[in-house]
Design a protein around this ligand. Sequence first.
Ligand code: 5AD
Ligand code: SF4
Length: 426
Amino acid sequence: MDKDSQKEGIVYIKTFGCQMNFHDSDILRELLIQSGYMIAGKPDDAGTIIFNTCTVRDHADSKFYSELGRYSKSDKKIIVAGCLSQIAGRSLIKRAPFVHAVVGPQYLYEIPHIITGGSVVLTDDNPEFYIHSRPEIKKLSASVDIMYGCSRFCSYCIVPYTRGREISRRPDDIYDEVCRAAENGAREITLLGQNVNAYSYEDIDFAALLRKVAAISGISRIKFMSPNPASMTDRQIREISYIPKCVPHIHLPLQSGSDRILKLMKRGYNSSGYMKKVEKIEKYIKDAILTTDIIVGFPTETEQDFEQTLKIVGDVGFFNSFMFCYSKRSGTQAGAMEGQVSMVVSKERLGRLIEYQQNITVKKLERYKGSIMSIFVDKQKESGFAGRTRQDIVINVKSGSAVLGKFVPVEVCGISKHTLKGKELA
Ligand code: 5AD
Ligand code: SF4
């Protein structure tokens, strides 16, 4: 027997994509340990490699395929999980016959069993996925899924096809999971969902869930990712403002500033509707900061459409933005649209947008210079530490002795690209 196949019980997990995928990998790691597997720190040490994939943009696909290619001649057992698996299914085995199993996001819990089993492709709807209780994960900053999937079908987005339709978890299960996270040392909790504020289970909506979670002692900060502007109600905004544990940082994906493009994207709001939500957030939530996601080069986007995006970015004054070139996803509505914009044009617009946003970010960061802010220390470095303010802004402190999991005051003394530099107070 060769060396790699003897190491089948040692697993390396490589994760691509969003916070949801990283959280799935945390769950998977615990499940594997419970089942007697060992987790390797690097691929060379493992006999089994699990790729937890993303397919939201073409770039994510290419990154994965180029990594996968490296294993074509290896004896390691290769398992492909996550969103790309759901779309590629059996065709992935045809393209890469050395792949042992292809497992969609709803089969995460099966992975420990299929490592030793025969070759499989698991991508059908799996209702059992939703009733699994979650393993305990010990983290200072813990994430908890509150809902899965998305039923909005924005015309550019592959997620409803990879993660399935929206389904909310039972509030009592969420409550228990947050309580266990707090008992295991979590001080911060992030509620996760593709369309998180559309959470709804019987008579409990997102606002009611926030209230329930906020009552759990031990948890000092509550975050949530990602809300959708179309599902954001006045009641939610008021509730966030009434709960001091909710961080005043709202990530509200805009996607475009052009009403014509927003309509083609099927976002369910126009620019003035979006601005009204922003005004309400700023009115009710003290010291709120806003961040967003933007796509440039959506089919038929003109220079005028793009200028409307720049305008709204300036009007809102986002603290930061995640900015992307539109990536054609086959199977989505926009993938079949006429008027695809060339990559050259998209990249040029993206460059301008990034520069515009960076200038805004710098101005926003500059305002904090000289102020004293309390940070939650979530990273310790060789010398110094890093933490996050109440608004979830990262402050790096070069030298100091603060310990993980503590709240400490620091003085802001400078800025980096998206973060602040701080000094520990004596
Ligand atoms: N092309 C480019 N960006 C996309 N996003 C989702 N689908 C696409 C696509 N086809 C972006 C959106 C979303 C973020 C998670 O990814 O901005 O909010
Ligand atoms: Fe990628 Fe979207 Fe899947 Fe997250 S949900 S892993 S971003 S495709």
